[in-house]
Design a protein around this ligand. Structure first.
Ligand SMILES: Cc1ncc(COP(=O)(O)O)c(C=O)c1O
Length: 298
């Protein structure tokens, strides 16, 4: 294993200023660790510019509010902090992780007076496969877990607690030779992968589940706009898993996944084709990605 995430050179922005990477610590009696009072973002910087940083920052505030947390910084301070982190770590192409959490001042479910902390880290995200290789598509297994109803959890927040079923689903999928898992929702509708939204191509039209009980990704929304601009009909609707038999192509969208073709979800097979190719390169163009032959940030 390479350097672990707590043992690296560099700087992390924490509660208002840059500190050495290894000193960005929290106590074992932090409320967030025990009760999942934590929200976060995942962002990407391409050639020195953070893609849609305002929207990500807005969502961070939205998620925090959903968990009754008031982040004690302004959007401008967070955005300035993000660029300070990139500069301090000498990064122009990177993944960025802002995280806000309840601290250790009080222990117990109710902990209204706890401090809300905020940290921003950035690092180079692993190897990314060249377009030809990415085009083969990834393989997904059906998860045994269901995305909960909006009455059960604050499902539109990017909150750590919502990732519990994602991690166990993804672990099982990986153990059984898949790349990721696909979740249905509490009604049995197709929902999303463990960290990305999903789209299907059916006879030239693009269909995607309505984001009414899972994260309505920033990439998802932008890819819908890009596809429509390119003349594709995009339909957001409730989708049943059996309908996947009628899809020719399938792809995921997300900050980490960008646009990633899928070739298999359980018993259903897809062949990445023209729509995947078009939207992958349209998205790369949109973010200003410099395409390298085989490797770069993911
Ligand atoms: C569960 C989940 N769904 C969807 C997405 C895609 O969201 P975005 O495009 O805003 O990164 C993510 C990634 O953040 C995610 O973790």
């Amino acid at each position: 294993m390479g350097a672990t995430f707590d043992d690296r050179d560099g700087f992390i922005w924490m509660n208002g200023g840059l500190i050495p990477w290894r000193e960005a610590k929290l106590h074992v009696l932090s409320h967030a660790l025990h009760y999942a009072s934590s929200v976060f973002e995942g962002e990407r910087c391409y050639s020195g510019k953070v893609y849609r940083i305002e929207e990500h920052t807005e969502r961070l505030f939205f998620s925090a509010k959903a968990l009754d947390m008031n982040i004690p910084f302004t959007a401008k301070e967070i955005i300035d902090g993000t660029y300070a982190v990139l500069k301090a770590n000498n990064l122009r192409d990177a993944y960025i992780r802002p995280v806000a959490w309840r601290g250790s001042e009080l222990m117990g479910v109710g902990a209204q007076e706890t401090r809300i902390n905020l940290a921003i880290s950035a690092w180079v995200w692993g190897p990314y496969y060249g377009i030809d290789e990415r085009l083969k598509g990834i393989r997904l297994q059906w998860s045994e877990w269901k995305r909960p109803s909006p009455e059960t959890e604050p499902v539109m927040a990017k909150a750590s607690g919502l990732y519990m079923i994602c991690t166990i689903s993804k672990h099982k999928a990986e153990r059984e030779g898949y790349d990721d898992a696909m979740l249905l929702d509490y009604r049995g509708h197709v929902a999303e992968a463990t960290g990305a939204n999903v789209f299907f191509v059916m006879n030239g039209e693009i269909h995607t589940p309505t984001a009414d009980c899972f994260l309505n990704g920033i990439t998802r929304r932008r890819v819908i706009e890009i596809a429509r601009k390119r003349g594709y009909k995009v339909i957001e609707r409730a989708m049943m898993p059996e309908e996947l038999a009628k899809a020719q192509e399938c792809f995921l969208t997300g900050t980490a996944a960008e646009v990633t073709p899928v070739r298999e979800i359980g018993q259903y097979k897809f062949t990445p084709g023209e729509v995947c190719r078009t939207l992958m390169s349209a998205f790369d163009e949109e973010v200003g990605k410099v395409i390298q032959a085989k490797s770069s940030a993911a």
